[in-house]
Design a protein around this ligand. Structure first.
Ligand code: GLY
Length: 253
C-alpha cells in the first residue's frame, strides 16, 4: 500500500485537559506544537499531502485524529469514539474523507477508536478495548468484510489502544510488545518483539516503506536497524503524556 494523503489536527492549547492515564506530568503546549510541526514535516517528506486542521478547544484530545476514522482502499469508516468526551471530533474529519472514499459509519451502541484498528493489506486486526466494544467490532467487521477484507478481533492488551502495542512495519511483519509475542491470533504474521522496558516504541508508524519511531528507544532502534528498514526518529514526549503517539496523530490513506 502506498499512502498519498494524510489528515492531522494541530493540538489545542488545552490539550493537557484531555484524557490520560500517564503519569509524566502536563504537556508543554509550545513543545507539543513544535513536535507536531516536526511530525507533519516527516509525513510531507514521505510524499504525503497533509491536511492540517486547526485546533478546536472543545476537543482537547482532537489532535489524535486517527481515532475518528478507519480508511481502507475501498471505504472510509467514520467511527463513534469510545470516550464520550471525544464524540463529535469525527464531524470535521468526515467531509475531508468524503472526497476520497465512500463513507460508512459506526453507530450506537457500537464504539470504535481508530487506534484499535490495524489494517495489514487484506487483513484487519480489531482490538477490543475500553474504547472499541464488541458491537463496534461487529459493525466494522460487517463493513470491511463486504469490501473483501478479513477481520480478526483480539484483546487490545495493556495499552490504551491496540496500536499502542502492535504496528505493521512492512510486508507481513508486526512490531509487537512482549505481551503479544506469543499471541495465537497473530500467528499468521512475522513478529519483531520489543524489549520489555521499551514498550512505548510499539507505537511506531510505517509510511511508504519507512518506519517512524519515537525518539529515545535505543534497544528497539538497534533491532530495527538489523532488519534493514529505513528508520526516522522524532520526539513525541508531549503526546506520550496524553497517552498518544505517532500513529494516532494522523489518518493516512
Ligand atoms: N488522550 C487520548 C485518548 O485518551 O483518547
Amino acid at each position: 500500500m502506498t499512502f498519498t494523503h494524510a489528515i492531522a489536527r494541530r493540538p489545542a492549547m488545552n490539550a493537557g485537559d484531555g484524557l490520560t492515564s500517564a503519569s509524566f506530568g502536563a504537556p508543554d503546549p509550545e513543545r507539543m506544537l513544535a513536535q507536531h510541526r516536526d511530525y507533519i514535516g516527516i509525513l510531507e517528506s514521505l510524499d504525503l499531502q497533509v491536511t492540517v486542521l486547526d485546533p478546536d478547544e472543545k476537543f482537547p484530545d482532537g489532535c489524535f485524529v486517527e481515532d475518528t476514522a478507519v480508511v481502507t482502499p475501498e471505504v472510509a469508516v467514520i467511527t463513534r469514539p469510545g470516550a464520550a468526551s471525544r464524540r463529535g471530533e469525527e464531524a470535521a474529519i468526515e467531509p475531508l474523507l468524503a472526497g476520497h472514499r465512500p463513507i460508512a459509519r459506526i453507530v450506537a451502541p457500537g464504539s470504535v477508536d481508530g487506534g484499535d484498528i490495524l489494517v495489514m493489506g487484506e487483513q484487519v486486526l480489531i482490538g477490543l478495548s475500553t474504547r472499541t466494544n464488541e458491537e463496534g467490532a461487529r459493525q466494522l467487521t460487517g463493513i470491511l468484510q463486504a469490501c473483501g477484507m478479513q477481520c480478526i478481533s483480539l484483546a487490545a492488551g495493556d495499552g490504551l489502544h491496540l496500536k499502542s502495542s502492535i504496528n505493521g512495519i512492512g510486508d507481513n511483519r508486526l512490531l509487537v510488545t512482549q505481551e503479544f509475542s506469543e499471541c495465537a491470533q497473530l500467528s499468521g504474521f512475522e513478529r519483531v518483539v520489543i524489549p520489555a522496558d521499551e514498550s512505548y516504541a510499539g507505537n511506531s508508524l510505517w509510511v511508504n516503506g519507512r518506519v517512524i519511531m519515537p525518539a529515545g528507544f535505543p534497544a528497539t532502534r538497534e533491532i530495527m536497524d538489523e532488519l534493514d528498514i529505513e528508520i526516522l526518529e522524532t520526539q513525541v514526549s508531549e503526546f506520550r503524556k496524553m497517552d498518544g503517539g505517532l500513529t494516532c496523530l494522523s489518518i493516512r490513506f
